[in-house]
Design a protein around this ligand. Structure first.
Ligand SMILES: Nc1ncnc2c1ncn2[C@@H]1O[C@H](COP(=O)(O)OP(=O)(O)O)[C@@H](O)[C@H]1O
Ligand SMILES: [Mg+2]
Length: 260
C-alpha cells in the first residue's frame, strides 16, 4: 500500500494560556479526501488546536507542515493562502444581510462606471458568483436576495460554507466547529450531505463535534483529545461509539457510556 501524504501535519503542538496547558505535544494530520472528526470534552483543546492551524493563536512549541514542508502560519491570511478555511460555531453570518452579501462579506466585488471611474458594487456578478458557489455545494436556496435571518439552520450552514469556498482561490481543507449543533434531524442531514459533497470535490474536512452520532455518519478518522493531550487517532470503522466515549472521558474501554 502506498502511503498517503498528509496535506497538513501538525507536530508536537504545545500551547499554554498563563498557567493553563491547553495543548501538550499534540500531533494532528489531515489527509487528502478525508473527513477527520476532532472530538473531546469541553476544554479538551479542540478549538485551540484549530485556532493555531488557522493563525488565530501561535503555538508555544511544535510545527506545522503543509504538503510536507514546514510553514509559519501567523495569521488567518496565511492559513487562507494554504487553502485552509474555518467555519466557527456561530457561523458569523450577518442576519440582516441577504445571502449574496453574506457570501461576499468582506470581499465585495466592485466595478467602476462613468468618467470619474466611480466604484460601485457589482451586484450582478456577486449574484452569479453566489449561485454558482451554492450550486457547487449543492445547497438549494430559492431566493438568494432573502435575508439570512429567514433561512433554516442547514441553509445557514450552506451559506457559511459557500462563503468559505468562495474565500480562497482553491480550498483544500475546511474546518467546521460543531456544524450540526442545535439542528433538527432533517437539517442535520443537509449538513452531512454538504460534507459529502465537499469530499467528492476533494476538499478535506475536519469536523469538531460533540455529537458522535453525526460524526460516525461521515468520519473516516477520529482524533480524541483529553485535557490537552491526544488520546488516539483511529479509523472510524475500527472503533465503536462506546470506545470513543471511553477515550473522551478517560474511562477504560467499554466503561460507562455517559457523556456530557
Ligand atoms: N484565550 C484563552 N485564554 C485562556 N485560556 C484559554 C483560552 N482559550 C482556551 N483556553 C483554555 O484552554 C483549554 C482548552 O480550551 P479549548 O481549546 O477552547 O477547548 P475545547 O474547544 O475542546 O472545548 C481550556 O482549559 C480553556 O479554558
Ligand atoms: Mg471549543
Amino acid at each position: 500500500m502506498t502511503e498517503v501524504k498528509p496535506i497538513i501535519s501538525m507536530q508536537g503542538i504545545t500551547k499554554h494560556f498563563g498557567g493553563v496547558t491547553a495543548l501538550e505535544d499534540v500531533d494532528f494530520d489531515i489527509l487528502p479526501d478525508e473527513v477527520h472528526a476532532l472530538v473531546g470534552d469541553n476544554g479538551a483543546g479542540k478549538s485551540t488546536l484549530i485556532k493555531i492551524l488557522c493563525g488565530v493563536h501561535m503555538a508555544d512549541a511544535g510545527k506545522i507542515l503543509v504538503d510536507g514542508s514546514p510553514v509559519h502560519i501567523t495569521g488567518p491570511r496565511d492559513a487562507r493562502n494554504y487553502g485552509i478555511e474555518v467555519i466557527y460555531q456561530d457561523l458569523a453570518l450577518v442576519d440582516e444581510f441577504n445571502v449574496v452579501a453574506n457570501v461576499y462579506l468582506g470581499k465585495e466585488l466592485t466595478s467602476s462606471i462613468g468618467e470619474q471611474n466611480t466604484s460601485i458594487l457589482d451586484e450582478r456578478r456577486m449574484r452569479e458568483g453566489t449561485k454558482s458557489v451554492l450550486e457547487r455545494v449543492k445547497m438549494f436556496i430559492p431566493d438568494i436576495r432573502q435575508r439570512v435571518y429567514y433561512l433554516s439552520g442547514g441553509q445557514r450552514q450552506g451559506v457559511a460554507i459557500g462563503r468559505a469556498v468562495n474565500a480562497t482561490q482553491k480550498i483544500r481543507v475546511l474546518i467546521m466547529d460543531e456544524p450540526t449543533a442545535a439542528l433538527g434531524v432533517e437539517e442535520k442531514e443537509k449538513v452531512l450531505n454538504l460534507i459529502r459533497t465537499l469530499i467528492e470535490q476533494h476538499v478535506a474536512i475536519v469536523v469538531i463535534s460533540h455529537n458522535l452520532e453525526d460524526v460516525f455518519q461521515v468520519a473516516d478518522r477520529v482524533t480524541v483529545l483529553r485535557n490537552g493531550r491526544r488520546v488516539t487517532t483511529v479509523p472510524a470503522s475500527q472503533v465503536s461509539r462506546q470506545d470513543v466515549v471511553g477515550y473522551i472521558v478517560g474511562a477504560e474501554a467499554g466503561a460507562s457510556s455517559e457523556k456530557a
